[in-house]
Design a binder for this molecule. Structure first.
Ligand code: HEM
Length: 512
């Protein structure tokens, strides 16, 4: 029996991270490609009802844990394959791709986003906004460097740490961030990632010795796009999927210089944001969110949300001694292995499995409300977007369909493996009919062998995520793939392994 269902309202709170203009009016037709389109146009929408989606969301939301696993013990929900920084890099990328630059007045006038709607690009407009002429308050008076916020302390390795710029409000009001995209202040971690991108931009100004904003911006974007292709994607989808798309070099690596072979994401005219990506596959990141993070060795671990104590919730000024030590979020490829446990370890992300942590079952009202369960919002959104079932997408892609009894709901851990229900045990209406977001997560979970098995996205999820990211980049005439296929990051930025990963970008940011 299911409990009373939440109304399907999906209200928009002020600082929301989803809910995009035009999302409700995505293109279904074979002839039209709007900003939101579909990859699998001929597949029938999966049919559900609010009650079964509510029940599935409840099963996917883990039970409340009053005492988090101590850092001195192995936590079986941690993913040995992906460290926690990639969760927030993933959120940052989502914001970059889905940023809607128009004013709220224009949004009211054009709720379906029929006009003045930019194509999704890896252009960092979440950092740059509409540029120094249109939004000068994001820039220093030279019109080239980005403004930064308060000095942050707490990380001795980052003497120049700064937060994002904020306003100085009246007493009792939160100090809101002044950013290209206000969503990048949604939590303390993504906020500091945004601050690091501002610093990286300023570092590039210094390194190039240039006062040419366009030149600096292009250099910053190319380095960021390189990180997306060479670090984020292999980490999330694995190199084998990338080799299938790009082909391999003689020495067996992904050959990024070749034209990618995209089988499923093939925009006819303009690149568009497919609903299969935005309302399902790319939401994989929600299951990787941990309930608690350590920002630096000097500050106690903090929960993502809390009504009773300090938390990482955003849209406000946080204590100035909370500077992030990124070495606890991304493992430098050329540094000696950090300790596996304790205050200086690299915190792993949680596994991309069909379980989200308990705090995401009731989001703070500043993030989303009615329903406040993130899993329920994702499932309802996918249904309302008329997404096809996971099984029909797998079939259309030519992948083996996972039998219902193997589509498990819950954590990919040895302790839960045998008690997790299958999706049809939640409701028989899910027979051969799993919501796409759930399917992508349950598919990743098939990799589970034991608690320390690294888990990435599986064939359907990995291919959708990789094809859309690569497809958006190759269709963007300003991306480095189109402007300069032989671009490589600046030599002095490379690690001693000759890589340029997120950790190397952050190392440069620390110098500004
Ligand atoms: C870190 C904490 C996060 C919170 C609290 C959060 C919360 C939310 C909420 C409330 C929505 C709107 C849901 C709806 O009404 O449809 C949303 C949408 C979305 N989220 Fe997250 N999210 C987080 C991280 C992430 C991460 C790590 C990823 C991916 C790696 C991600 C990807 C998405 C995507 C693709 C959407 C769809 C809408 C859009 O394109 O902006 N989120 N998230």
């Amino acid at each position: 029996m299911h409990q009373a269902t939440s109304p399907v309202v999906l209200r928009k709170p002020i600082g929301r991270h989803g809910e995009l203009r035009g999302l409700e009016s995505y293109a279904r037709s074979d002839q039209v490609e709007g900003r939101f389109g579909r990859m699998f146009r001929t597949l029938r929408p999966a049919q559900f009802d609010t009650a079964i989606l509510h029940d599935l969301a409840s099963e996917m939301t883990a039970e409340f844990e009053a005492t988090p696993t101590p850092e001195t013990q192995v936590d079986d929900e941690e993913n040995t394959g992906i460290s926690a920084g990639y969760t927030y890099l993933g959120q940052f990328i989502d914001h970059d791709l889905t940023f809607d630059p128009v004013s709220s007045l224009q949004r009211q006038n054009d709720p379906d986003a029929l006009e003045d709607f930019r194509t999704p690009r890896f252009d960092l407009d979440c950092v740059y906004g509409r540029g120094p002429s249109d939004q000068p308050y994001l820039y220093r008076s030279d019109g080239v460097k980005m403004l930064q916020g308060d000095v942050l302390t707490g990380n001795p390795k980052d003497a120049k740490a700064r937060g994002v710029p904020r306003n100085t409000p009246e007493t009792g009001e939160p100090a809101r961030a002044i950013l290209g995209d206000p969503r990048n202040d949604e939590n303390v971690i993504v906020s500091q990632l945004q601050a690091s991108m501002l610093r990286f931009h300023n570092r590039i100004v210094d390194v190039l010795g240039s006062d040419n904003f366009d030149e600096v911006q292009t250099t910053v974007r190319f380095h960021y796009q390189w990180v997306v292709l060479h670090d984020f994607l292999p980490t999330i989808v694995g190199v084998e999927t990338l080799k299938e798309i790009f082909g391999t070099t003689k020495d067996g690596n992904v050959d990024y210089t070749k034209d990618p072979k995209l089988r499923f994401y093939k925009p006819k005219k303009q690149a568009y944001m497919p609903v299969e990506f935005s309302a399902a596959a790319y939401r994989f990141g929600h299951s990787m969110i941990r309930p608690i993070y350590r920002l630096s060795p000097t500050v106690d671990r903090l929960p993502i949300f809390s009504t009773t104590s300090e938390s990482l919730v955003g849209f406000r000024k946080f204590p100035t001694n909370w500077a992030i030590d990124w070495d606890l979020f991304f493992k430098p490829s050329d540094a000696p292995a950090p300790p596996a446990l304790g205050k200086t370890r690299v915190q792993p992300a949680y596994k991309p499995d069909s379980s989200v942590v308990n705090p995401l079952g009731s989001l703070p009202s500043s993030v989303a409300s009615n329903p406040s369960s993130l899993a329920e919002r994702n499932l309802l959104r996918g249904w309302r977007m008329n997404l096809p079932s996971g099984q029909s997408v797998a079939k259309a892609m030519g992948f083996a369909v996972i039998p219902d009894e193997k589509l498990k709901v819950g954590k990919a851990t040895a302790a839960d493996k045998n008690k997790n229900k299958s999706i049809t045990e939640v409701s028989s209406k899910f027979k051969d009919n799993a919501p796409l977001w759930f399917y992508v997560l349950a598919e990743a979970q098939q990799q589970f062998v034991q608690d320390d098995t690294p888990i990435r996205l599986g064939p359907v999820g990995g291919r959708v995520v990789a094809e859309v990211i690569i497809g958006l980049m190759i269709n963007d005439s300003h991306s480095y793939l189109r402007q300069d296929r032989n671009f490589t990051p600046r030599r002095e930025f490379l690690s001693s392994n000759a890589d340029f990963h997120m950790t190397d970008l952050l190392r440069q940011a620390r110098q500004a």
